[in-house]
Design a protein around this ligand. Sequence first.
Ligand SMILES: [Fe+2]
Length: 320
Amino acid sequence: MEIKTFYDPRTFTLTYVVYDADSKDAVVVDPVLDYDPSSSKTWTESSDRVIKFINNKKLRVHYVLETHAHADHLSGAQRFKEACPRVKLAIGTRITDVQKVFKGIFDLPESFPTDGSQFDILLEDKSIVDAGTLKVETIFTPGHTPACVTYKIGDAIFTGDAIFMPDVGTGRCDFPGGSARDLYASITKRIYTLPDETRMFVGHDYQPGDRELAYETTVGQSKKSNVALDGRISEENFVAFREKRDASLNAPKLLFQSVQVNVAGGRLPEPHANNIRYMMIPLNAFKPEADSPVEALEHCGPRAQHKETEGMLSSSMVNP
Ligand SMILES: [Fe+2]
């Protein structure tokens, strides 16, 4: 089994192509749709690079696998569906919980389905799907979001935003439905119980201290040295650390743009009658402005006029 990695430096996202060099069977994990928020422009360079690699290697893509509804980049999944409609888009079945929450936040129309039908296949915990000769096992790893999953293919796992490189730590847990306690359980009971030599591929790398890009570690290495959650930290200490840290973080730059596209399977909003698509950006949805009373202006409106002037004005108006 081979793994080819692609890195998007704008969003620090890692996309993986996992393939069998003999059978040519392949899956794609977490592809990116490029998006520039200042010009609100999308383009497809990142996914097209992956497609070119796949075609150069003559691979047969079975699935695009999403580890979760990302909040920091738009999914490139639909580019793969455009390139070949037989490619199946898969995500954990608890995406329906995330759809329900964000349907409310974005005030989406009644017609927006929250049954996951924007995806081709909803994966259950511990299910195994065949991608030709590759077997893809889904392991639910909620905490960063309630719908997060880790994919296990051969001796490798793809953890999305549950856990990062040892010097980066773990994903944040303050999105709707997120839970530091759930993440602790996911990592300690579901990831750290895998064999130590299991290769671990992370969903982002933020290159702390300007170090070289790194995206592959092992379960054993992470247990030994993950700065946020090694194999020794107690649940209480992790939860206290994570919640304090999350309270100090700003929302991801592309939070609203990403989530509204990603809960719809990476589909952009439908164009309006003028053929332009619009993103929805709610105001104060998560951190409402404090309801503080306004300080009254002591002086406002026209100046109070002098009585004599008033008399002059009125007489000149009466007798022009
Ligand atoms: Fe994420």
